[in-house]
Design a binder for this molecule. Sequence first.
Ligand SMILES: *[C@@H]1O[C@H](CO)[C@@H](O)[C@H](O)[C@H]1NC(C)=O
Ligand SMILES: *[C@@H]1O[C@H](CO)[C@@H](O)[C@H](O)[C@H]1NC(C)=O
Ligand SMILES: *[C@@H]1O[C@H](CO)[C@@H](O)[C@H](O)[C@H]1NC(C)=O
Ligand SMILES: *[C@@H]1O[C@H](CO)[C@@H](O)[C@H](O)[C@H]1NC(C)=O
Length: 216
Amino acid sequence: MIASFQLLTGLLALTTSAVSSVVQPRSITPPEGCPIPTWVVNNFQWHNASHSLDCVHHPYDYPEACLCGSGWCKPDPATCNGTMVNPCYTGMPNYEPWGYGPLETLDIDFADGLQCHDQYIGYRIHDIGNGASNCGYADRGQGRIVSFYGTSNLDSSIGHMDYVLGSGHALTCANGSSITYSGSVDFPLTCTHDAYFNATCTAPVFEIPVLSYQWV
Ligand SMILES: *[C@@H]1O[C@H](CO)[C@@H](O)[C@H](O)[C@H]1NC(C)=O
Ligand SMILES: *[C@@H]1O[C@H](CO)[C@@H](O)[C@H](O)[C@H]1NC(C)=O
Ligand SMILES: *[C@@H]1O[C@H](CO)[C@@H](O)[C@H](O)[C@H]1NC(C)=O
Ligand SMILES: *[C@@H]1O[C@H](CO)[C@@H](O)[C@H](O)[C@H]1NC(C)=O
């Protein structure tokens, strides 16, 4: 039997003074005798170049690139001395085909050592900024799933992050029961853009509060 509890603690603190645009909930109190994790993101870096190859939101269903030797040539079927291919196919030599900018990359590093590194590669495409990051993939069997939602198109915006601790990382309470947790948070996201609108986004150190638990 699995009992789950959703404890909402977000509406605790309303003061008459300055109201922050981001009201941060605090972590729940864990059940008696149970440890509770602390999830602090101490490094957040997102590079989304204006011409990064985006295989999820590409304007063409079948983008074409010229694979010539071990590199890329101009994607013109008339002059391509190699093979015209879909650059989003699995196994391409790199993901910066002719005409595309540097790879989009996302790094989310936690104080406890968990690192989530994401980039567009054909066989493992995450929709960066719209859900699960590579932590959810690399740690799939264990299930530390970190999801990020946000935009790199604004100088200043609010990002959102969810953390689900899967049963492979369950913690043990004093009485021997196993428990897992999940949490989420909104955080300030700051992006700078160069003359080509390449975006570099960062966030200050922030904590994802633990908002619910589950017996496993
Ligand atoms: C351990 O304690 C929790 C409450 O703190 C309780 O819900 C759970 O059923 C207990 N487990 C066992 C095996 O007694
Ligand atoms: C910025 O965008 C331009 C044009 O797409 C590209 O040539 C350049 O490599 C990009 N630079 C970075 C740091 O992303
Ligand atoms: C194809 O042509 C380009 C120049 O147009 C050259 O750089 C490249 O090495 C050629 N590749 C092969 C496989 O011949
Ligand atoms: C990444 O950058 C591209 C090009 O500027 C933009 O169209 C896209 O919306 C960005 N992705 C996200 C999730 O903000």
